[in-house]
Design a protein around this ligand. Structure first.
Ligand code: SF4
Length: 222
């Protein structure tokens, strides 16, 4: 019986995908990045700090951090010891301080103090992988270079059968193929919001999920 349902779902896959995209549009038309920032550099720093940490916690430390080191020039002059006490509560603070100061120095030395605006250039910054680069390009510059794959996008893409992969790079490649490029930026925000509000890791609230009829996850609670 379960097999028959799955075969039907695969046959109707384009319609199911369109319904998922439009269901997320209806639910979260204004989905956006919840990190506080004023410049692309500040978003880069906040995104690095958000690894293994909530946006809420990051937003508590960045006002102090940005008041002193809000530009690449001032951050590049700082030492990791200056930064560590300010960002300690975000976890993994030694590595994060190294990445942030290192990124600022590369921006000053290789990009004349201007934030790079391409994936290849952003990937040369210490501590920056595709997820962080996609956040900066999409949210700060409005450039749809890919799809942000964080822990929520990873989990929901699996539950909604948008990918069979678990590796973020492969998940991103799958999403790029099935989501129209003009939806890439908003779609990741929408999946992240749905992951935070409804489809949580431990116990998804499927009773309240408007994608329920489109979802065949073994994690479903209804
Ligand atoms: S039905 Fe449940 S598992 Fe599927 S997307 Fe909705 S909340 Fe997540």
């Amino acid at each position: 019986m379960a097999r028959a349902v799955r075969v039907k779902a695969k046959k109707d896959e384009p319609a199911r995908l369109r319904a998922i995209v439009s269901g997320l549009e209806t639910l979260y038309p204004d989905a956006h990045c919840e990190l506080d920032f004023k410049t692309p550099f500040q978003l880069l720093v906040a995104t690095i700090l958000s690894a293994q940490c909530t946006d809420k916690r990051v937003n508590l430390v960045t006002p102090t951090l940005f008041a002193r080191y809000g530009e690449p020039a001032t951050m590049a002059e700082a030492t990791t010891k200056d930064i560590e006490p300010i960002i300690q509560s975000t976890g993994f603070f030694r590595n994060k301080a190294k990445s942030i100061v290192g990124a600022a120095r590369v921006i000053m030395e290789d990009f004349a103090g201007t934030m790079p605006r391409t994936m290849d250039e952003l990937l040369t910054l210490p501590g920056v992988a595709r997820k962080t680069a996609n956040v900066v390009l999409g949210t700060a510059f409005g450039i749809a270079s890919g799809v942000v794959v964080d822990t929520h996008v990873q989990r929901l893409s699996g539950r909604l059968d948008l990918t069979q992969h678990t590796d973020p790079k492969k998940i991103e490649q799958d999403l790029i193929k099935i989501i129209p490029q003009d939806r890439w930026i908003l779609f990741s925000h929408q999946l992240i919001w749905h992951g935070r509000k409804v489809c949580q890791a431990r116990r998804p609230n499927c009773m309240e999920c408007n994608l329920e009829r489109l979802c065949y996850s073994k994690d479903k609670t209804v």
